[in-house]
Ligand binder design. Structure first.
Ligand SMILES: Cc1ncc(COP(=O)(O)O)c(C=O)c1O
Length: 448
């Protein structure tokens, strides 16, 4: 069999950037992948705490003073991750009552919580008002009316921020602005919406929020959006005739998944933010306004690896299949089924053979579910693979476990582990899927 030198592919670059290699294995902190999987089993999500803190500190060091980071919980709501991020001085952006409870129980101060999302119910709004969170980001006039009503019952005046869907936007992989959208208030009707809200007795507009897309790798696109944000914020402030307290520029900072993608240029981003800061300082409405960035993916994605073990290797009609004990039920995004139009491989590696020569034979990495959708690697070049090997999917800290159909085929849910230097802690036990747990509860209730 012919062999070829492994090129420094994306997985190898990530291994080098955030992790390490010890005796042909990937190491997270000082701990080898074999030790981790022996202790915690597979399938397993592993997060490197130092990568999260380094990423946050680097980004924070580039932000002008008026800026604060709010982590968007939906990317990964594990309590240990939230506590790590809170310890770095970030706030949290939530989008449900469940996330509100997660934020509070992780120790987030209520005033450090923002609540966005297009479908907030009255119960959720009421819980957010009772908890006295920092800001509710209103996405429609109906929502503003509900808040006014609820605040009236509490005899309070609530500060609200308006999420705006601008008429034009610079982009990102998944655009959420500039086109018909359930998110935010269309800019075309903004003036009328502001005018109506100003008539309400129990709400006060104090902020503007834009979130126009995710997975943006071009600093110029982000900065162009921020400039749009400033002009919209100026217009709103002028109409309400008061300076704004906050201007939330959204999240969307990307991390490269594929060979053709390049990292966000943080130096260019930093330079552009100085101009944003100056533009805010020179506006009478925004001089003292706090600027917010609410990334999810960027803060945690590169810190996470999803690890599963090869159960068997099968050959069928000229193709080699490595069947693993994990799959798309734990990591839908890596299977290419979370809205991707082109199914590309996430950065993958055989973690116990991280520096071995690659085989000339290409392999399909497939999970145990009874569907061809359950494929995490298509025609991929790896070292010769055999049962017992450990397959790692990099870029798995964000929108991985949290965005997956954990109940599909009722396999156990994966454990999560946090590693820092030579410490590894279980931060979520493996378990039964939620629906099975619920079924058990009903059964035992019946017997009682
Ligand atoms: C309102 C809002 N803020 C922040 C985020 C986080 O986005 P990202 O992970 O791309 O930074 C999202 C993601 O959907 C969002 O809807």
């Amino acid at each position: 069999m012919k062999s070829k030198r492994p090129q420094l592919n994306h997985a190898a670059r990530l291994a080098e950037k955030h992790f390490g290699i010890c005796e042909h294995q990937l190491c997270i902190g000082d701990i080898s992948i074999e030790e981790l999987t022996n202790q915690f089993g597979t399938p397993l999500f592993i997060y490197h705490q130092d990568t999260i803190t380094n990423t946050i500190r680097d980004l924070q060091s580039r932000l002008p003073d008026r800026f604060q980071l709010y982590y968007s919980i939906k990317a990964n709501p594990n309590a240990a991750i939230l506590r790590t991020i809170l310890a770095e001085g970030c706030g949290l952006e939530i989008a449900s009552n469940g996330e509100l409870q997660q934020a509070l129980s992780a120790g987030c101060k209520p005033e450090q919580i923002l609540f966005a999302g297009p479908g907030k119910t009255k119960t959720e709004l009421s819980a957010a008002l009772d908890a006295e969170i920092g800001e509710i980001h209103v996405e429609s006039i109906e929502e503003a009316r509900w808040i006014n009503q609820l605040a009236g019952q509490k005899k309070s005046v609530e500060s609200i921020s308006l999420r705006v869907n601008p008429v034009d936007t610079a982009g990102g992989a998944m655009q959420m602005g500039g086109k018909p959208s359930p998110f935010g208030i269309d800019e075309e009707i903004l003036e009328a919406v502001v005018a109506e809200i100003q008539q309400q007795e129990n709400t006060k507009i104090t902020g503007v929020h834009l979130y126009m897309g995710t997975q943006i790798l071009d600093a110029e696109i982000l900065l162009a959006q921020y400039h749009r944000g400033i002009s919209i914020a100026n217009a709103v402030a002028q109409q309400v005739d008061a300076p704004l307290t906050t201007l939330d520029f959204g999240g969307g900072l990307g991390t490269p998944y594929f060979a053709h993608e390049t990292e966000l240029d943080l130096d260019a981003f930093q330079r552009g933010l100085i101009e944003i800061d100056e533009a805010m300082a020179s506006s009478p409405w925004l001089t003292n306004t706090k600027a917010i960035i609410e990334p999810g993916r960027f803060l945690v994605n590169e810190a996470g690896i999803y690890v599963s073990r090869v159960t068997r290797v099968k050959h069928s009609r000229g193709k080699t299949y490595a069947v693993i004990d994990g799959g798309m039920h734990h990591h839908l995004a890596a299977s290419g089924n979370l809205g991707q139009t082109i199914k590309r491989n996430y950065p993958l590696a055989v973690l116990n053979k991280i520096d071995e020569l690659h085989s000339a034979d290409l392999v399909e990495i497939v999970g145990p579910l009874c569907t061809p959708l359950d494929t995490l690697g298509r025609s991929i070049s790896l070292p010769p693979i055999e049962a017992g090997d450990l397959v790692g999917v990099f870029q798995s800290g964000a929108y991985a476990r949290a965005a997956s159909p954990l109940g599909f085929l009722s396999h156990p849910t994966p454990a999560e582990v946090m590693v820092s230097t030579n410490d590894a802690h279980l931060i979520r036990r493996p378990g039964l899927p939620e629906d099975l747990l619920n079924d058990q509860q009903i059964e035992s209730t019946d017997i009682d």
